[in-house]
Design a protein around this ligand. Structure first.
Ligand SMILES: Cc1cc2nc3c(=O)[nH]c(=O)nc-3n(C[C@H](O)[C@H](O)[C@H](O)COP(=O)(O)O)c2cc1C
Length: 189
């Protein structure tokens, strides 16, 4: 048996997903924010969460409007995903810069990103201040899935979804580049 490094925990070693959350300002504006602190909380009702630092521009919008969309990027959107996690919507119109297509939500005021493989429309049920982050508990009320990634029984047949672990982005074929870094050379349109 190998020897374990046993010590107080560090967040960097906890594997997690990476998603782009889209949200609305309640009028014509919107924002995109990269989020790793996300996951499922309950099957029925279908509850998910995202955790945001209160100083994020997106956090204020979601508190005001009460909904958001979780967009699942593919490995081909790795630089864009990092970019949305490096710049703030307070300073940059990330939608314009990314050239992405936003479609109106069916059940949310927040729009979804058409180019992302999967989109989950979520309605906020509760916000809990945990410390550094506020946890937004939300009901997943509607979904959009790119039919190219589904087989005839609607199972996901391709495995090119983006995840993050150990400070890097990964696809199924291995590491793609460092978090908070690979998006620095994203070419805004
Ligand atoms: C890989 C990655 C994961 C991130 N995860 C989170 C997260 O879970 N919660 C959070 O508050 N910020 C997270 N961030 C940072 C925000 O995405 C970043 O501060 C963003 O610029 C905020 O944009 P906004 O001000 O337009 O909301 C992450 C950034 C990266 C690159």
């Amino acid at each position: 048996m190998s020897i374990k490094l046993s010590r107080n925990p560090q967040i960097g070693y906890v594997p997690r997903p990476v998603v782009i959350v889209s949200c609305s300002d309640g009028e014509k504006g919107a924002d995109l924010v990269t989020v790793s602190w996300t996951g499922v909380l309950c099957s029925s009702p279908l509850l998910v969460y995202i955790s945001l630092r209160p100083n994020r521009y997106s956090s204020g919008l979601i508190k005001k409007v009460g909904d958001f969309v979780i967009n699942i990027p593919s490995v081909h959107q790795v630089k864009l995903t990092d970019y949305c996690g490096i710049v703030s919507g307070r300073k940059v119109d990330k939608i314009k810069a990314s050239g992405l297509t936003l479609k109106p939500g069916v059940k949310t005021k927040s729009p979804y990103i058409y180019e992302c493989l999967i989109n989950f429309e979520c309605i906020v049920k509760e916000i809990i201040s945990l410390g550094t982050h506020d946890m937004f508990i939300a009901e997943l009320v509607y979904e959009h899935i790119d039919q190219d990634i589904l087989d005839e029984e609607y199972n996901i047949k391709t495995g090119n979804l983006l995840v993050s672990a150990f400070g890097e982005y990964w696809g199924t074929d291995g590491p793609l580049g460092q978090c908070f870094n690979i998006g620095l050379d994203f070419k805004a349109r």
